[in-house]
Design a protein around this ligand. Structure first.
Ligand code: TYC
Length: 118
């Protein structure tokens, strides 16, 4: 699926010319959008054990114990927290991995991805 905004064509359609058969091709500037990034946000709930959340953040987001604990506590206190920022596809994969691990362990942990505000 395309993630960038549609860009203008490089070349505009030929103009009708001056009636002398000549054709003018107008070159338009093409703006390339930077790839949009997505943040993986984990949501708080009342049932998932803190220890499980810390392990998940370490395992899937490459955080050490201290960083993972800080993120978990932020989620616990604020209701949500960013675990990492990735390309759209990678972020979606992280969400799937977290949700599958939580489901297998019988925990209701929820995780979403959303575009980063520029
Ligand atoms: N609030 C949970 C508890 O008190 C811990 C928790 C933290 C759950 C972060 C989910 O994303 C979460 N056991």
């Amino acid at each position: 699926m395309a993630t960038n905004k549609p860009t203008k064509p490089m070349i505009s359609p030929p103009s009708t010319g001056d009636g002398d058969g000549s054709v003018v091709m107008e070159r338009l500037t093409q703006k390339v959008q930077p790839p949009s990034m997505y943040q993986v946000v984990m949501l708080n709930d009342d049932y998932t054990p803190m220890e499980f959340v810390v392990v998940v953040i370490q395992e899937f987001f490459g955080k050490d114990l201290e960083a993972a604990t800080q993120i978990m506590l932020k989620i616990h206190l604020d209701g949500r927290g960013v675990c990492g920022v990735y390309s759209k596809d990678i972020a979606a994969t992280k969400v799937d991995q977290v949700m599958e691990a939580a489901h297998k362990a019988g925990h209701p942990l929820q995780c979403v991805s959303e575009p980063v505000d520029l």
